[in-house]
Design a protein around this ligand. Sequence first.
Ligand SMILES: [Zn+2]
Length: 89
Amino acid sequence: MSARPSTRPEDWTGGVEVIRYQACGACGRVQYFRRNFCAACGATELAEKSASGEGTVYATSLVARAATPETRAHLPTTSCWSIPPKAFA
Ligand SMILES: [Zn+2]
């Protein structure tokens, strides 16, 4: 009998309320969505960093409809869009 796979998304914050992102060691670009390579140049030298928490929220969106039954437990959720000039440093 095999274990049932988890439907929870991977917690890559380490349990801390912080926005985590990756910074490319080759070109310096930052990316929020975790990848095994830089989306800009393809390099694999990525450093995990924490955003400072500073920035300006320009828009929010409340999501109340689940895309799949597995994601229903995480709703409702609010997403924020911001331009964080100091957050990713
Ligand atoms: Zn890069």
